[in-house]
Unconditional design. Structure first.
Length: 184
């Protein structure tokens, strides 16, 4: 199946943004690698920021769908599904093309809270925390909101450590801390 130019632009941009950064990746590089004409790009996106948002939206959707479908398919008890989140993040970090969290990187490059890009990154983290809260609620934990927020901190911390050090073992350490949170 032939990939449409808009999809090629988004896929290529996302890959390059994750590898090189958002500001460091120029439109000409994206156009060259996606083999899409500049006029075609501007027909779909009025600016580079719009392309960045489209790429982040794709990443958000793809990642959350992959995570939830994989956990659902595992058919494990509720507490184990929370721990599986850490195993799946480790699996992601063990991939050759792992470059850390696109949302953390984008928020750092677009630090103003009123930036649509920064706001979308915050929304992604909220959606991830809500997903963890849903999983936590099924464990009958006393304070699922607080536990979900703490689990998100553990996941993001392990992601940053894995990105900076290249050691995905951070997820195993975070998983051990998560076990303590879940069982207390």
């Amino acid at each position: 199946m032939k990939v449409k130019p808009k999809e090629r632009l988004i896929n290529t941009a996302l890959e390059l943004f994750c590898q090189r950064g958002f500001h460091a990746t120029g439109i000409d590089t994206i156009l060259s690698q996606s083999k899409v004409a500049k006029t075609t790009m501007y027909r779909h996106f009025r600016s580079k920021d719009e392309l960045i948002l489209a790429a982040l939206k794709k990443r958000d959707e793809d990642f959350r769908i992959w995570l939830s479908q994989t956990i659902q398919a595992a058919e494990v008890p509720p507490a184990d599904s929370l721990l599986l989140v850490f195993d799946l993040h480790k699996k992601w970090a063990d991939q050759v093309d792992f470059n850390g969290c696109a949302f953390v990187k984008a928020a750092a490059e677009f630090p103003l809270a009123n930036s649509p890009i920064h706001a979308f990154c915050a929304q992604h983290k909220t959606l991830m925390t809500q997903y963890l809260q849903t999983l936590t609620e099924s464990t009958k934990t006393k304070d699922p909101v607080s536990v979900a927020e703490q689990l998100m901190i553990l996941l993001d911390g392990a992601t940053v450590i894995a990105q900076v050090t290249g050691q995905s073992s951070a997820f195993e350490q975070a998983k051990q801390a998560a076990k303590q949170l879940i069982t207390r």
